[in-house]
Design a protein around this ligand. Sequence first.
Ligand code: G16
Length: 529
Amino acid sequence: MPFTKVPEYSAKHPKPADITYEYGTAGFRTIGENLESTVFRVGLLAALRSQSKQGQVIGVMITASHNHERDNGVKLIDPLGEMLQQSWEAYCSKLANAASDADVQSVLEEVARAEKIDTSIKAKVAYARDTRPSGPLLQGALEDGLEALNVEATNYGIISTPQLHYIVRCLNTAGTRAAYGEPTETGYNAKYGSAYLRLVEGKEKPTTLHIDAANGVGAPQVRKLAESINSPYFNIEVHNHDTETLGKLNIDCGADYVKSNQRQPAGVTLIPGGRYCSFDGDADRIVFYYADEAGRFHLLDGDKIATLVATSASVQTAYANGSSTSFIKDSLKLPTVFAKTGVKHLHHEAEKMAIGVYFEANGHGTVLFNPSAVTALTNATPTSPAQADAIERLWALRDLINESVGDAMSDMLLVETILICKQWTLADWDQAYTDLPSRLLKVVVNDRSVFQTTNAEQTLTSPAGLQDVVDSIVAKFPKGRSFVRPSGTEDAVRVYAEAATRHDCDQLAYTVAGAVFDKAGGRGERPAE
Ligand code: G16
């Protein structure tokens, strides 16, 4: 029997009795030291997932991305580098919560039966982790899970999340017409670096780009990318690059900090005219920013990136600033649709479009070329040198984009390319439309699972009556919009608000957050301005 060794291995990684795990927005996320049994079990499920895909390589990434350093997480990556098929998320949660070692074996048998898996197929898994201190322990647990099912496993070390997505896609497309590139760090740098140079060489050179790497894995990786590009067209200075000192990851820096606090990260002094961006802890998000002549901070977030990149269509979440949505619809005259928070939801919507641009306001996103667009490009016969050049540039653009997932480094090169081609400063880019003031708050409650939503997470269906309260508060503020949803990566409820003025927006956000706190079991400090 294929699973007979499982209970013995499982006994080395016992599940804490009092914790219930859930495969959330981006896999499992919680305090790192509580994740050992879960990561072990994800290793087991990765094997089955690979077998269900006839032995294609499945990725396992150990990271908690933008979350606190004490947290960690784990997620599965499907063969084309996309997020795990959603119907398998329930298996993940069920396996993670199996009470005994024997139950772990039974759940695996159940999944194998339900999915009609041929367990004689050799399973293959590629795995990596970020720089978190709990990473080595969790990696050990994962390796036990892989060993228990005799998986052919490859460790890609400490790399960014999007690099692992890229590698998985490369491994599974090697030798086919859809070959994506060399499945190595060097191959990644060569592919994106050379596409970038194909697009920008000959244009005016950009000034230095200052990168806040959140003291995470993006710091060493972006330096290697720069070494590979080795050109005055990519002149960077990396800040917050300390991946050694404990307690620094994502603290007062990184894309999430900059977006949430609407201010520059610690360790970076903004000089008017300077160009700045921030990655998050595993380099799958990016936001840009600058200071104007008066020293005022200006943020260019995922919405601004989407509008810069939008050429065909774009997908947003409820967090998208109302101004960006009107700009895409009314000025660019492009369709825009809304999806639930989580790259996994946006990705599927964008796949339906010929060229789909999707970005979350927090800086997660990418561009997808669907097969019809690729075929059209392949069959295009240029009738002039200008057309031939345009076609070549579209191919280079496709090579520049990490289609498997949102990727801070590839998105950074994409934005740089557009700015260089347009000869735009960050301030020029910012002129396209003015964001409505917005605010994102966190409320800690006794039980966030009572929060349920509909309408792409913009309307609460539970707790009963709370949406009416939110609506009545919103109605008092010109251009007011607010919604409440449970986080899928942190133990908190998120409150988003926007309104015509900064003062109104803050009042709206704190009033809604206060109502959530009072009516739905708030814990700790009541949110206040
Ligand atoms: C993850 C997801 C994102 C999501 C974010 C916050 O980001 O990949 O799609 O927007 O969590 O999700 P939530 O509001 O449900 O906590 P990351 O950068 O942590 O991987």
